[in-house]
Design a protein around this ligand. Structure first.
Ligand code: BDR
Ligand code: CA
Length: 319
């Protein structure tokens, strides 16, 4: 199996996005993936809530605590530290009810130690903002050649897509400096962006059938998904009512053991940083000129949505 570190801003169970939770579940369920370490980051929710909710989910999934430590990560983006997420009251109430993160340990450091102890072995799967990974690169630049691969859910490359009323993609515009540091790191990296992740979805029918499953995780995940699908109507008023939720992060995990689910193109990509309106936007070089800039990453340009659906749902039924 491919040994991975999963870096997440999981918020499943807080009435928020559910895809990080499904990504964790898929990484746990897929026998071709070995989950070595789970780290959390400020993103969809504040890092404390993300850590609590990840602990809750790892308990529900019965992830072995010794084999897969949980380590808390960055509390703010690299710049503009006021952009920290605000904890949700009902999450703080869950504090202490689930497994705890490793005391006194920091995600970036745990990543460095694990990667340096296993050179060439570890794939880092990033499904939140890239703050922890950029910090790990600063702490120990030798990880650049020791990481096997980075698989990132992030970015939007083939159109001006908006999420959260901002141009671009959440994991990038939440910490563009970190994302840019990762892009320029020369670590082999695959970016699975919104262009493809919006094509893979969990429907209300899927959520209903999960709710009826005997598994505790499936019931919880089905309920959380149904709540979130309904909530999207409140969050995006005026848009046609959505009856499904995109599985952004699970697609990145699926592409670890089944890279062939996506088609890729090598690309030279940059990210706008600084205090400007276009902060967080990505510039992917798509011109086919005779002397193109050197690619710094691989970008997913197409997805076998049906193939993903079969892969994903068949594993969810085993949980
Ligand atoms: C990304 O942002 C989050 O809302 C999702 O979990 C995913 O990682 C999609 O833009
Ligand atoms: Ca995420």
């Amino acid at each position: 199996p491919t040994r991975i570190i999963l870096d997440t801003d999981l918020s499943m169970g807080a009435g928020a996005d559910v895809d990080d939770g499904f990504a964790l579940a898929l990484a746990h369920a897929d026998p071709n993936i070995q989950l070595d370490l789970v780290t959390t980051v400020n993103g969809n929710t504040d890092v404390e809530s993300a850590t609590i909710l990840t602990g809750v989910l790892m308990d529900r999934l019965k992830v072995n605590a010794e084999a897969t430590p949980l380590v808390r990560g960055a509390e703010t983006p690299m710049m503009y530290s006021e952009k920290r997420r605000i904890p949700a009251a009902h999450v703080s109430a869950m504090k202490g009810t689930a497994r705890q993160p490793v005391a006194g340990k920091y995600a970036a450091l745990a990543m460095v130690e694990h990667i340096m102890a296993n050179p060439g072995e570890i794939t880092v799967v990033a499904i939140g903002p890239l703050t922890n990974i950029a910090t790990a690169i600063l702490l120990e630049p030798r990880i650049k050649t020791a990481i096997k691969e980075l698989v990132i859910m992030g970015g939007v490359f083939f159109g001006s897509m908006y999420s959260h009323n901002k141009p671009g993609e959440f994991n990038v515009f939440t910490d563009p400096e970190a994302a840019r540091a990762v892009l320029y790191s020369s670590i082999p990296q695959r970016w699975i962006g919104l262009d493809v992740t919006l094509q893979v979805r969990l429907t209300m029918e899927d959520a209903d059938s999960l709710k009826k499953s005997p598994s505790e995780f499936a019931q919880f995940a089905g309920q959380a998904s149904a709540t979130y699908i309904d909530y999207q109507a409140v969050r995006f008023p005026g848009r046609p009512k959505m009856t499904s939720v995109p599985m952004h992060d699970p697609l990145a995990v699926a592409c670890v053991s089944k890279p062939e689910l996506c088609e890729y193109r090598d690309m030279a990509v940059d990210i706008v940083t600084g205090d400007v309106k276009s902060r967080g936007m990505m510039i992917g070089d798509r011109l086919e000129l005779p002397d193109p800039p050197k690619p710094n990453c691989r970008v997913a340009v197409g997805v076998n949505a049906e193939g993903f659906r079969n892969h994903f749902l068949s594993f969810m039924q085993t949980l």
